[in-house]
Ligand binder design. Sequence first.
Ligand SMILES: Nc1nc2c(ncn2[C@@H]2O[C@H](COP(=O)(O)OP(=O)(O)OP(=O)(O)O)[C@@H](O)[C@H]2O)c(=O)[nH]1
Ligand SMILES: [Mg+2]
Length: 223
Amino acid sequence: MEVRMVKVLKDIMSANNTIAAENSRVFNERKVLTCNLMASPGAGKTSFITATYNAVKDRTPFAVIEGDIASQIDADKFAAMGVPVAQINTGGGCHLDANMIQSAINQFGLPDNSILFIENVGNLVCPASYKLGEQLRIVMSSTTEGYDKPYKYPAIFTDADAIILNKIDIAHAVEFDFALFEKGIRALNEQVPIFAISCKTGEGIQAWTDWLMNRKTEIYPGA
Ligand SMILES: Nc1nc2c(ncn2[C@@H]2O[C@H](COP(=O)(O)OP(=O)(O)OP(=O)(O)O)[C@@H](O)[C@H]2O)c(=O)[nH]1
Ligand SMILES: [Mg+2]
């Protein structure tokens, strides 16, 4: 009997890209700089968004969309700080998609002219394939994961707009190899800026937020 191949994945991606383009149009109209933050579970995504918020909150409105398989633990942290936040629970799904973001942006007080951080589901594989309408794709790795993540999960690092290396305060204890990490990144993405930071000590946060605020001014001059 003949086997019929069904091109479901292509259709899913095409539908996702259409909605991502609609999201992008909304973000541009409202001058919202949207950062899609992708990393492994526990790399420090929530800590990083918190450190970024604390560094820029006097200069820009700020909002967060949290993506998790379950729970609203991370969203509760931002709500407690007074940050507009929406929680998406994927119920098992390993990534956010553009449709989820479209629903979320209509359901919470996303301020105009803001920086919107989307904390994607902790995973270095699936989030790489799904555009959300973001302007910046931020990929984080942490020293405790080892230097080899760019070699093992190349796709997510290849089209990143910025790479964050977190937990440098404990790099020595886990014998992290900075040179091999950077070599792995450069083989995939020659120009991407790499910010080595510690959310615990605050090291590197200023250089990162200077870059972020400059990108906001370049993308939305005069906003
Ligand atoms: N030493 C050290 N610990 C950190 C740093 N950043 C985060 N952590 C710790 O790492 C753990 C995970 O941090 P989170 O910010 O919750 O990580 P996450 O990526 O948001 O985790 P999930 O949302 O569960 O995927 C917490 O215990 C943090 O205190 C850092 O720079 N240095
Ligand atoms: Mg988190």
